[in-house]
Design a protein around this ligand. Sequence first.
Ligand code: NAD
Length: 299
Amino acid sequence: MTNKITGVNGPITGWLDGHTYLIGLMAYPIRHSMSPTMHNNAFAKLGLNYTYLCFEIGNDKLKGAVDAIRTLDMRGSNVSMPNKKEVIQYLDKLSPASEMCDAVNTIVNDHGVLTGYTTDGIGFVQSLKDEGIDIKGKVMTLTGAGGAATPIAVQSALDGAKEIRIFNIKDDKWAQAEKNVKTIQEKTDCQVSLTELTDQEAFKQSIAESDIYCDATSVGMKPLEDKTLVSDPSWFHEDMVVFDTVYAPRTTKLMQVAQKAGVKHVFDGIGMMIDQGAASFKLWTGKDMPTDYIREIMF
Ligand code: NAD
């Protein structure tokens, strides 16, 4: 379809007029992001008078950018690296999950009051729910303690996971892993533990005893796309869930191993990505994102 106003080929992304609500994405670098395409097509599909724009903002310009949300009466913004922690000092309130993660990916502006949320964990739990799997009561082995793994652990614990066994290497994320364990122990009823990934016997046994294995590390994506933390299919059992947060490549090495093991529920990170966007979309607009449509046109 040709847009009569711009002459550009493609869907018209919303009605832009004097009443349009503006949503931002503040991160650096960020031009590669799929979020503008996802949100603008969802706004257009539902006929919502919103638009979503990327702003290349690092820590140095962050205070001014957050002030601008209030000044320009923007409806809100996403934030990504390097601003997820840094932004907290400029906000008025935090959601419980955001406070536990010490990170924000979504800001909502209610008449000048800015609230920070983190929707990645909501996206993870919802993407399982979309497949008929409830995190409640589940035992999960989780590798990772970074920007993706932290909200996954926190939201799963808040939503009633029975036990989360975290494994990580002793790198710069180890302290965050320890913090995640402490916070989950203090604020939820979920049992949680942390083990070094070098303890392969414990890792193997943990997966064997788990309902869900979730890999939320950078292993499996570029430049580690040829690697997997589990290479032996016998570590998995058929009835479990194997979830890789990576969404490019679409079928990671880990997923191949799980498929070889005959695991029934093998998921990539696309569902989580769409559902975290849908959670932010709902916070800004009060409407459900048309996620099936977004999946169909984008993936
Ligand atoms: P991060 O840098 O914050 O954390 C990376 C994690 O991987 C850390 O726990 C680190 O210790 C671990 N790690 C790194 N190299 C490793 C190795 N060689 N062996 C074992 N562990 C290793 O990154 P992040 O933002 O948390 O992203 C992690 C993954 O999650 C990426 O693959 C990313 O694509 C994915 N992700 C997916 C979504 C989604 O919506 N599906 C959202 C965010 C991130």
